[in-house]
Write a protein that binds this ligand. Structure first.
Ligand code: VG1
Ligand code: CO
Length: 560
């Protein structure tokens, strides 16, 4: 077969955000829209394109299958030698990263809008990952965007039709050269990796119980996202957990109407089930499987920032880190500083990076980083170059098996040693973009006034002294690349922080994120509610930002 060149028109706004291009499905369905972006992505590969191998898969949401079919046809026409595609189009984001690394491919295309709802009236997304298995850094996504602005045509072989539901290898000749599509088992490579990393035998013993210890009861909720088949293989087939403890494990195109974001608002079902049920542990994952929420008995909530710190303090219990050693820790800027204290105590390297997993990749590739995370329910390590929901869940179980303590006691003991960083994030979703921009600008103007530093901000008797303010910028210590305007930070003398950012993953309007982090080392505070402890700082933040006035919102959409 031979390829065809199709004339197209430029679509504006094909600019990848924090994690790929995310838009409404309806936007991707416009004539040539998806093709343009795929062509631009391939084009950005430059010299690497001809003869390369790429991984393709997605989270099972509506339009994944359609997009896979188109990618196969466009890749074939562009000189790609081989595509490795997940069966049914299914690959979790961590699985794509695993497969890129294992088979040393030139990259992969991940079809997901992550935690955004799915279905014909919801969202879709396309993300390119590089040969290290990580999300493309800014210089590559900028290149893709630049190409989309002038793209005039794309290449395609419209009559290739391959059954992606069947594990098989299909080769066809394109312009005289072989083009191969390998449809692979979606879970195999990933599950193998997990079995190399963790002590499955001790986790199994924990979950099944033994003569001296009752079974540790877990409830796992895949929120109808991509992790279902992975959860089934790992928890049911490998660890012997009863299927009744594994819920929503069939990937659905619309996630069954769920908003597949594992937090206290959108994973309310899990929270309630654990609150009322006999469970010792609960976990949920997002649509594409890179996020996780961890709960203890009676739905004791582990904030992602604490989860990261606890894992950091206990990495030695995990076989993988016994082998590799701990090279360093990192967190994204808005993430609470709990892990910083573990790094100091362990005398380990520590890095703070902007929001988005792409900023961790260089540090890992350079051998400086073993464990990192974000407050947005993202945790992971250098086993791959994406955050990894199931990995985090297994890491917790491995640590629990090693310590022989409940989730709650692990946290209480951790705080006794390190003190507690109280953290909350308020999200105001789908605000008017112009109003959000105006608010950010007026906060910036306010905090830039020379007399703002040193100012005492008070609420109900609590006083915070402003120590430093900035619009966060970052220089990558490995390649020197710069990221600017990554969030407004107000840092206080006692280490507390207020951060404002606009989300880069929404598909319409603006989402304002307000992050509050405050450190306490008085043990009487440890078991208190974060909302209570942080109330003064929350009110100070709302006050100085005039958020309610700017947005007309009296309450956030989501609190974590
Ligand atoms: C959000 C989170 C960020 C995360 C990103 C992708 O970005 O805040 O921490 O890396 O989503 O996560 P933003 O720009 O909306 O704040 V996922 O699970 O979409 O790959
Ligand atoms: Co995700």
């Amino acid at each position: 077969v031979t390829s065809l060149t199709v004339n197209t028109r430029v679509y504006e706004g094909q600019k990848p955000g924090t994690s790929g291009l995310r838009k409404a499905v309806k936007v991707f369905q416009q004539e040539h829209y998806t093709e343009n972006f795929v062509q631009a992505t391939l084009h950005a590969l430059g010299d690497q394109l001809t003869g390369c191998t790429l991984v393709v898969g997605g989270d099972g949401r509506f339009y994944v299958r359609e997009a896979v079919t188109r990618i196969i046809r466009i890749a074939a026409a562009n000189g790609v030698r081989k595509l490795i595609v997940g069966q049914n189009g299914i690959l979790s984001t961590p699985a794509v990263s695993t497969i890129i690394r294992k088979y040393k491919t030139q990259g992969g295309i991940v079809l997901t809008a992550s935690h955004n709802p799915g279905g014909p009236d919801a969202d879709f997304g396309i993300k390119f990952n590089c040969d290290n298995g990580g999300p493309a850094p800014d210089n590559i996504t900028n290149k893709i965007y630049e190409i989309t602005k002038t793209l005039q045509s794309y290449k395609i072989i419209p009559d290739i039709g391959i059954d992606i539901d069947k594990v098989q290898s299909v080769s066809i000749e394109v312009d005289g050269k072989p083009f191969t599509v390998d449809i692979i088992n979606s879970v195999k490579d990933y599950v193998e990796l997990m079995k190399e990393i963790f002590d499955f035998a001790s986790i199994k013993k924990l979950l099944q119980g033994s003569t001296d210890r009752p079974a540790f009861k877990v409830l796992i909720n895949s929120m109808n996202g991509v992790t279902g088949p992975y959860v089934k293989q790992i928890f049911s087939n490998e660890l012997g957990v009863d299927d009744t403890s594994l819920v929503n494990i069939k990937p659905l195109e619309d996630f069954g109407g769920l908003h597949p974001d594992p937090n206290l608002t959108y994973a309310k079902d899990l929270v309630n089930a654990i609150k009322e049920g006999p469970y010792d542990f609960g976990a949920a994952f997002d649509g594409d499987g890179d996020r996780n929420m961890i709960l203890g008995k009676k739905a004791f909530f582990v904030t992602p920032s604490d989860s990261l710190a606890v894992l950091a303090a206990n990495l030695k219990l995990i076989p993988y880190f016994q082998k590799t050693g701990v090279k360093g820790y990192a967190r994204s800027m808005p993430t609470a500083a709990a892990i910083d204290r573990v790094a100091v105590k362990n005398n380990a390297k520590f890095f703070e990076v902007p929001t988005g997993w792409k900023y961790f990749g260089n540090l890992m590739d350079a051998g400086n980083l073993s464990l990192c995370g974000e407050e947005s329910f993202g945790t992971g390590s250098d086993h791959i170059r994406e955050k990894d929901g199931l990995w985090a869940c297994l890491a917790w179980l491995n640590v629990i098996a090693g310590l022989g303590k409940s989730v709650e006691n692990i946290l209480l003991d951790h705080w006794k040693v390190y003190g507690r960083n109280f953290f909350t994030r308020y999200d105001y979703e789908n605000c008017d973009s112009a109003c959000a921009d105006k608010m950010m600008l007026s906060i910036e103007t306010l905090v830039e006034k020379p007399d703002f530093i040193g100012r005492k901000l008070q609420y109900e008797g609590k006083e915070y002294i402003v120590k430093q303010v900035d619009n966060y910028s970052y220089t990558d210590p490995i390649d020197g690349s710069k990221a600017t305007k990554q969030g407004l930070r107000i840092l206080f003398a006692d280490g507390s922080r207020i951060v404002f950012r606009l989300s880069g993953t929404g598909s319409s309007g603006a989402t304002i994120r307000m992050y509050i982090d405050s450190y306490e080392n008085d043990p009487v505070t440890f078991e208190k509610d974060a909302q209570l402890i942080l109330k003064p700082l929350i009110n100070i933040a709302l006050d100085l930002s005039e958020l309610c006035q700017h947005t007309g919102r009296n309450a956030p959409t989501v609190i974590t």
